[in-house]
Structures are given as C-alpha cells and as structure tokens.
Ligand binder design. Sequence first.
Ligand code: PGA
Length: 255
Amino acid sequence: MEIIIQPDPEAAAKKAAHIFAQTIRSNPKAVLGLATGSTPLPLYRELVAAKLDWSAITTFNLDEYTGIGPGHPQSYHSFMREHLFQHVNIDPARIHIPDGLTLDTEASCRQYEEKIRNAGGIDLQLLGIGSDGHIGFNEPTSSLASRTRIKTLTERTRRDNARFFGSAQEVPLHVITMGIGTILDTRRVLLLASGEGKADAIAGAVEGPITAMNPASALQLHERAVFCLDEAAASKLQRIDYYKWVYNNKPTWQQ
Ligand code: PGA
C-alpha cells in the first residue's frame, strides 16, 4: 500500500487528480472506476479543469441507489452528470452506472460484471471510504469475495448520507454496488479520504487486521492500492511518520 498524506482535502484531491490525469494521458482508452460522495468533488473539479480527452475513456461507477431513476437529483447518475460527464467529451455509450430501477437485479448485476470484463477490466478505480469502512456500498460484514449485487445500507450510512436527501428516512434502504471481489480485481486502486470522521476507518483499513468488519481493509490484499489522505483522515495512523518518510524518499525513478 502506498500512503500519501497531504495537508488538506484540496491538496489530497489534487494528488489524486494528478494520478487520474496521468492515466488518461498515458492511455487514452483507459477504463476508469468512478465514485461519488463529497470527497471526490474537488478531484472532479481538477479533472474538468485539466481539459483532458475523454473521447475513448470507458467508465464504471461503483454503485447506485435502488428505487430512484437516473433523473432523480440524488441519483448517482445525476451526480456524475452534474460533476463530471457534462463537462467533458466522454462518449455516453462508454459510461456505465448500475441500474437502480432494474426489475431483475440479479441479471442486471451479472451483466454489469460482464461489461467490466468485456471492457478488459478496470485500470484505475477511485474509492471513497465510509465512516464505517465501507468501500462502494459494501457495508461491514460484506463478503471479501463479493461481486456486484444488492446491499442494504446500515443506519449509520443512511445518517451519513441524510445531508443529501433531507433526512435519513429518505435515503434509499437498498443499493446496487460492485463487490469487494470486483474492486480487488481492478489493476490499481486510489482511495481518497479527508476529514477526522474517516480517521478510525482509515487506521483500521491500513493498519488493522483484514476483516469484513472494515471492508476497506481488504485493500491490503490489492497489489497496487494508493491511499490519498489529508492530515485529519491520517491522524489515527500509528506509522504516520514512516509513510511521510517513504513518500519523501522515493527512488528517483518512482517519483
Ligand atoms: P463521502 O462518502 O465522500 O461523502 O464521505 C464516501 C463513501 O461513503 O464512500
């Protein structure tokens, strides 16, 4: 795991945006895994400002609420349109987001996995992290081998996301999310986290045991996982000085 610690959320997002921009420039046909939530907003702003060529880029979003359509203001379809897709030259046929209105969830989830495989797999996957350690919407006790499927949100996540809906009761109970196994299959993972509210989840994910109680800890099994954190999200890491030391003393070829 590579742990990058930056002074504030904007600086962390800038680092993450740089990694995404580099990927898009070096591989104009890259397959990107995308995330929603408050944390990636500054990252998407940076990517829009970078004026990259998205015409041959393919994207797969991590998750979507069920029961609300793509036109609902709080759907992740709307989120992606508003914060990224309408600002870049992406081909709409290359955008993939789970279908929250499907009448056949199992088939729809199976097809989502197939589409990822047919696209050649995900080159770079963006992740946020929930205060309970969830990645995508894989809540604690999700199988570490799970694939795209329906999940039930915890009360904590519904409270965390109430700010978007008005109240926790209005946050859909069920979601469709890529599984932890799906995420572990991606070639590279970039987890972006900021704020004190994520510090316990980050400490558990990076330095705790691998456990379904902290789904992000499964990333310890990923060959190329980068955690891009601000100081607050990194504040409960025991080896914070070591991670900074490693980052500041990279061999020249790796910088
Ligand atoms: P947030 O959500 O960026 O809005 O904190 C992250 C997540 O739940 O994965």
